[in-house]
Design a protein around this ligand. Structure first.
Ligand code: BES
Ligand code: MN
Ligand code: ZN
Length: 497
């Protein structure tokens, strides 16, 4: 969908539809009031008759309103004015976009950005309108022989501000919103792609495509031979069980001078996780195609970076492999040597994410980064701890963790901290190697992060476990594009310092 921004009054907009809010109980928003006046009180009349009392999520489409230049008016219920906060605002925007997509209007002007949202700026609201509308209309139909497209989908949305002076702020918000939406869309497409298409080599080609289309992005792909030479024994031990060759994908975004130390993003790229020899139960195993959503979020961030041109240096590292059981696969009890030199006893081949991440984290050191952030669908335990609302964040540098939590709150792509105390490290003891790759059932998300912490001791590092947030299950099964918005917000905040 295309977005643009304009100033002007609602009754004068020549458009297929003008969108305005109504509060509970029967209170017209500013834009709705102007439409009401221009139409000789039609909206007051409609509201009085009880067709729209402003309850959250209520919708009313009025065709051919007299005195108004637009073909239709879409009224959206916003609940009580004082209770309009982040999530309700997003819900309102989402409902408006979904409804419009199902009506004949292919284009609309929206006044939802003028609604008062508690504690939020115009910039925030306009960006959310772009992100949320794009998110609501997302479809993944590449693999349907006959696309189930809507008859006349919504193609263009103009965001309205009341005053010309608001246009510069609005334009910046729009640019950010569109870049984030594009990044999320790439992350969602990659996540939703089946594992027989989205292989490690496919992810490598995605990186190549990004480098090709953005001058500030370069890329490099290491093959298994290169990884052997370097000594990435942990990563390669996972790849042994698969016929698809593993790839180690390196992306570099250069938006600042060479001397500026980069932020390194490391994304788990397990394109299918069967569990390996410690095989998973069959129920919902298809969802393990999403085990590369950390990698997809890194690629999504690079797409957004390419569009936003932030004055930063960012490196993306993606260890990509399948985790399958084969005659040559790792077996429980096998001991491998990581790139760091530390040895690992693989007690469960299904704890493969940390095995590929640890070598990438060691590799990240060579960039002398200001911060390393890894993003991974790492533990089922994270879903038990935080559900599908928040990603988990754990790290060894409190200011970095704080910045990520703040970026989550700002972007609406929230995270919550779990402790990374020394005491948990005991659970990773091995009788035969430097450490085991599992820490037992208690605190599974924390012990997984404790494992990674052993490879980042000299660095400022944080880990995002996105097992509960990267995709939705059930009849709305789909990748969410999280945590692209959080990461871009973090980078925007860094660039603004
Ligand atoms: N990719 C999974 C984690 C996962 C499971 C994410 C379900 C989302 C939904 C990861 O590789 C894994 O299998 N983790 C194990 C670790 C255990 C063996 C210590 C898990 O969580 O069960
Ligand atoms: Mn696994
Ligand atoms: Zn996994």
């Amino acid at each position: 969908m295309k977005f643009s921004i304009k100033s002007g009054s609602p009754e004068q907009q020549r458009s297929a539809c003008v969108i305005a809010g109504v509060f509970e109980k029967r209170r017209l928003s500013d834009a709705a009031q102007r439409l009401d006046e221009a139409s000789g009180g039609l909206l007051t009349e409609v509201v009085r008759r009880g067709d729209m009392d402003g309850k959250p999520g209520q919708l009313l489409l009025l065709p051919s309103v007299p005195g108004i230049a637009a073909d239709r008016v879409l009224l959206v219920g916003c609940g009580h004015e004082r209770e309009l906060a982040d999530s309700r605002f997003r819900k309102v925007v989402q409902m408006a976009a979904t409804t419009l997509n199902e009506t004949g209007a292919t284009e609309a002007v929206s006044y939802l950005g003028e609604l008062p949202v508690t504690g939020r700026s115009l910039h925030w609201k306009l960006r959310q309108v772009v992100e949320t509308s794009a998110q609501a209309l997302y479809r993944f139909e590449q693999f349907k022989s006959k696309p189930e497209t809507t008859y006349r989908p919504l193609r263009r949305m103009t965001l309205m501000v009341t005053d010309r002076q608001m246009l510069p702020e609005g334009k910046q918000a729009l640019a950010e919103g569109m870049a984030i939406a594009a990044g999320k869309q790439l992350a969602r497409d990659l996540g939703n792609s089946p594992a027989n298409v989205c292989t490690p080599a496919y992810l490598a080609r995605q990186a190549a495509a990004l480098a090709k289309s953005h001058a500030a992005i370069t890329h490099k792909v290491l093959k298994e031979k290169d990884m052997e030479k370097m000594g990435m024994g942990a990563l390669l031990s996972v790849a042994r069980g698969s016929r698809q060759p593993a790839k180690f994908i390196i992306l570099e975004y250069k938006g600042a001078s060479k001397e500026k130390r980069p932020v390194v993003l490391v994304g788990k790229g397990v394109t299918f996780d069967s569990g390996g020899i410690s095989i998973k139960p069959s129920a919902a195993m298809d969802e393990m195609k999403y085990d590369m959503c950390g990698a997809a979020s890194v690629l999504g961030v690079f797409r957004a970076l390419g569009e936003l041109q932030l004055p930063l240096n960012v490196v993306g590292l993606i260890p990509a492999t399948e985790n399958l059981p084969d005659g040559d696969a790792s077996k429980p009890g096998d001991i491998v040597t990581s790139l760091s030199g530390q040895t690992i006893e693989i007690l469960n081949t299904d704890a493969e994410g940390r095995l590929i991440l640890c070598d990438a984290l060691t590799y990240a050191e060579r960039y002398r980064p200001e911060a390393i952030i890894d993003i991974a669908t790492l533990t089922g335990a994270c879903i038990i701890a935080l559900g599908h609302q928040a990603s988990a964040v754990l790290g060894n540098h409190p200011p970095l963790v704080h910045d990520l939590l703040k970026a989550g709150n700002e972007s609406g792509d929230r995270a919550w901290e779990l402790p990374l105390w020394e005491e948990y490290q005991e659970q990773l003891k091995s009788n035969f190697a430097d450490m085991a790759n599992i820490g037992g059932r208690p605190a599974g998300t924390i012990t997984a992060a404790c494992f990674l912490a052993r490879f980042t001791e000299k660095q400022h590092w944080a880990h995002l476990d996105i097992a509960g947030t990267a995709w939705q299950s059930g009849d709305k099964k789909s990748a969410t594009g999280r945590p692209v918005a959080l990461l871009i917000q973090y980078l925007l905040d860094r660039a603004a310092r």
